[in-house]
Design a binder for this molecule. Structure first.
Ligand code: URA
Length: 219
């Protein structure tokens, strides 16, 4: 028993999630998470942040360099794009909660820089209990999956953002789930025209979710 508990602890964060969790107790527990090896590489756990009862919960891939240092999600260049798109779609920051599928920065050195490395399936699985607990604690009307890593982690490896983006789907995660591109893909557009076109499509996707009517009083 002791051995299998130890193994489970190493494989996912499930045993670290407190009973009757709140966002504060989750954040405190996640700060010491060692369910996968990424805690050794990251500066700190970057837990989600935002409204306690969020109308919309956004899920990215993993914190980047800036987020790792700040301890907050989406505060770097991708976050700037996300904030602009949210404003253009009429989504207020105080209505949302923003988090990631993986809560430690995975990187490899290139000279003095820390270069982002995609999390693997075991790291995503290890971290998933935190995301599920965040969704349960915030109770959003809609979950928005930003990019292929988030979409495939939650909707299956066969899910194609390019084919299914911008569509509201029913899901056990929330009344609505919508997948769209990751804001960092807009930064990688080859020129200004492509960047503007990609941003406009991203904002259109977010407008779909902005139009979701809340069931909660005041939502
Ligand atoms: N990219 C992500 O997916 N999440 C962040 O928090 C920052 C960049």
């Amino acid at each position: 028993m002791a051995l299998s508990l130890k193994k489970a602890r190493q494989q996912t964060a499930a045993l670290l999630v407190p009973a009757h969790p709140t966002l504060d107790s989750l954040r405190a527990a996640a700060a010491g998470c060692r369910a996968c090896e990424l805690w050794k590489r990251g500066t700190q756990t970057v837990f989600g942040e935002g409204a306690r009862r969020a109308r919309i919960l956004f899920v990215g891939e993993q914190p980047g360099d800036k987020e790792d240092l700040a301890g907050k999600p989406f505060v770097g260049p991708a976050g700037v794009v996300l904030n602009k798109a949210l404003a253009a779609a009429g989504i207020e920051r105080d209505q949302i909660y923003v988090t990631n599928v993986v809560k430690h920065f995975k990187w490899e050195p290139r000279g003095k820089r820390r270069i982002h490395k995609k999390p693997n399936a075991a790291e995503i699985a290890a971290c998933r209990p935190w995301l599920e607990a965040e969704i349960a604690a915030t109770g959003p009307e809609a979950v928005v999956l930003l990019g292929a890593t988030a979409a495939q982690a939650l909707l299956g490896s066969g899910f194609r953002v390019s084919q299914e983006r911008g569509r509201l789907m029913a899901s056990p995660l929330a009344r609505h789930v919508l997948a769209t591109v990751h804001p960092s893909s807009i930064l990688r557009a080859p020129d200004d025209d492509a960047r503007h076109a990609e941003m406009a499509r991203f904002v259109d996707d977010l407008r779909v979710v902005a139009a979701v009517k809340g069931r909660r009083k005041g939502a």
